[in-house]
Structures are given as C-alpha cells and as structure tokens.
Design a protein around this ligand. Structure first.
Ligand code: NAD
Ligand code: 0WE
Length: 262
C-alpha cells in the first residue's frame, strides 16, 4: 500500500511533462494519492486535462494566482468535489522576462519586483488563506524554491529576493498553521530543464557546471524532487515543518569543488 493512500492532494504548476509538478504528480500517484490539478490559463487547459487523465484524475480547475477572485473560485469549485483535502503543491513562479537577464541593479524595476514577489511568494500564503478551513488534520503544504534565495546567482536577480520571501513565508505559515495540524515545507531544487528554465541564457552551461561539481556528480531530476515532495506531504514526515529541504545532489554544501586538489 502506498504511503499516500487516502490522501487528497491538489497540484498546481503543471505546464508540460517536464514540469517539476508533473514529477511530483507521478510520485504521489504511485504512492496512492487522489490528485486534482489547476491550470493557469485556457491555453494550458486541454494539456493539463490530458496529463490529469494519466493519473486517473478528472478534477482540473482554473487558477491564475494573479487574481484573488480566481483563487477564491478555485476552492469554491474544489469544495463541491472535495469538501476537505490534505495537501496542495505550490509550483508557481514568475517574473517579467526583462528581470531575469544581466546585472541585477540595472534590471530591477518597481513593477518587476512587485510582480515577482506577488506571483512567486504571496500566492503561496494566499492559497493557504483561501483553503485553510478545508484542510484536514495532518495536512501538509509544499512549495518549490531555488538556491538563488540564499546566494547571488547571475541573472536570477529579483527572483532570488522573491524566493527568499517564499522561504520566510514557509516558516511563518508553518508557525501560524502548526497548531491547526498543518505542516508547511519548501523544496530547494537544483536546476532542471523545464519551460521556466528553457529561456534562461547559458542554462546549458550552468547544468554542465553543476554536473561537474555536485557531490553526486549529476543534476537532479523531476523524479528526485517528486519523491521528496511525496514524502513531505505524507505522514512519514510528521515531525518536519517550516523546513527548506535541498534536493540538489549536495551542490549547496560544497565549496572549492572546481579545484581538482590531490
Ligand atoms: P514550469 O514552467 O513547468 O512551471 C511553472 C508553472 O508556473 C507553470 O505551470 C505556470 O503555468 C505557473 N504559473 C506562472 N504564473 C502563474 C500564475 N499567475 N498563476 C498560476 N500559475 C502560474 O517550470 P518548473 O521549473 O517546473 O517550475 C515550478 C517551480 O519550481 C517554480 O516555483 C520554480 O521557481 C521552481 N524551481 C525550478 C527549478 C528549475 O531549475 N526548473 C529549480 C528550483 C525551483
Ligand atoms: O525559478 C526559476 C525560474 C522562474 C521563472 C522563469 C521565467 C522564464 C520566463 C520566473 N519567471 C520567468 N519569466 C519568464 O518570462 N528557476 C529556478 C529556473 C532558473 O531560472 C534561472 C536559473 C534557474 C535555475 C535564471 C538564472 C539563473 C538560473
């Protein structure tokens, strides 16, 4: 019997079969969870419907986190099918394209800063706020973050600040919702080729660098991240909350690894 049997889990952020959210859905489905999905816009609707079918799910609802009304409507619609549920996965990030290129100080704008923080950090607590009353005891929420929150990474720019906010958000949400039995954690994933990373300048070179210097000598996959997300939404992780778990093959803990000493 899978370790997520009887859990009802809502997954956001599926845009393709390379999405981190898709790898999370695969792991959660394998472990016996019942899944529901959201899509950002009509362009993605039929694609997400057919992905949902891969996981025996016909619950596919719209949600654009830029709109409060869209978040409210999501949970009103979901409540008609699932009056209560156990988890949601937040796999959403966005900054305007001009923010993710070149020198941070030159690139950043008031508008770019605001959009990055709103879509990539505020949306996590906004979703939790909207569905709080529907969450079962022992619920667990999971979001996706990146090392750019902790270190200055070229071109990640204002997204790094938004991820730092998302990680603090995870701690404050864990603290506020813990008494209600809800755990809240983040996964800091290493670089993975997805739609969100495909347009990034020099992404291929970044991946080769990571392969060469990461302790496990490979980059991580959506399967690696999916398995950790499944664990964090399961009762196996009952003692873990407010945590940022690095699923990056150990990249973040190493230094001077480009030097071949001895
Ligand atoms: P992806 O492009 O497959 O997924 C990003 C998703 O965000 C898409 O499904 C898109 O529809 C959704 N989204 C954007 N704006 C939205 C909005 N206004 N409302 C609703 N949904 C919206 O890329 P991914 O790499 O799977 O990204 C998922 C998460 O993983 C992001 O938070 C990203 O920052 C994080 N992450 C990615 C990597 C990586 O290297 N790919 C590494 C660490 C963390
Ligand atoms: O969080 C991300 C990327 C999120 C993202 C991607 C885009 C591309 C399209 C947010 N907004 C947009 N806006 C767009 O218009 N990652 C963790 C992937 C990523 O992005 C990088 C990386 C990595 C890794 C940017 C620079 C350096 C490394």
């Amino acid at each position: 019997m899978g370790f997520l049997t009887d859990k009802h889990i809502l997954i956001t952020g599926v845009a393709s079969n390379r999405s981190i959210a898709y790898g999370i859905a695969q792991a959660m489905h394998r472990e016996g969870a019942d899944l529901a999905f959201t899509y950002q816009n009509n362009k993605l609707k039929s694609r997400v419907k057919s992905f949902a079918a891969d996981f025996n799910s016909s619950i596919v609802l719209p949600c654009d986190v830029a709109e409060d009304a869209s978040i409210t409507a999501l949970f009103i619609d979901l409540a008609k099918i699932w009056p209560t549920f156990d988890s949601f996965v937040h796999a959403i990030a966005f900054a305007p394209g001009d923010q993710l290129n070149g020198d941070y100080v030159n690139a950043v704008t008031r508008k770019g800063f605001s959009i990055a923080h709103e879509i990539s950090s505020y949306s996590f607590v906004a979703m939790a706020k909207a569905c709080r009353k529907m969450l079962n005891p022992n619920a667990a929420l999971v979001t996706l973050t990146y090392l750019g929150a902790e270190r200055a990474i070229p071109h990640y720019n204002v997204m790094g600040l938004a991820k730092a906010s998302l990680e603090a958000n995870t701690r404050y949400m864990a603290s506020a919702m813990g008494p209600q039995g809800v755990r809240v954690n983040a996964i800091s994933a290493g670089p993975i080729r997805t739609l969100a990373s495909s347009g990034i300048k020099n992404f291929k070179r970044m991946m080769s660098h990571c392969e060469a210097v990461t302790p496990i000598r490979r980059v991580v996959t959506i399967k690696d991240v999916g398995n950790t997300a499944a664990f964090l939404c399961s009762d196996l992780s009952a003692g873990i909350t407010g945590e940022v778990v690095h699923v990056d093959g150990g990249f973040n803990i190493a230094a001077m690894n480009e030097l071949e000493l001895d």
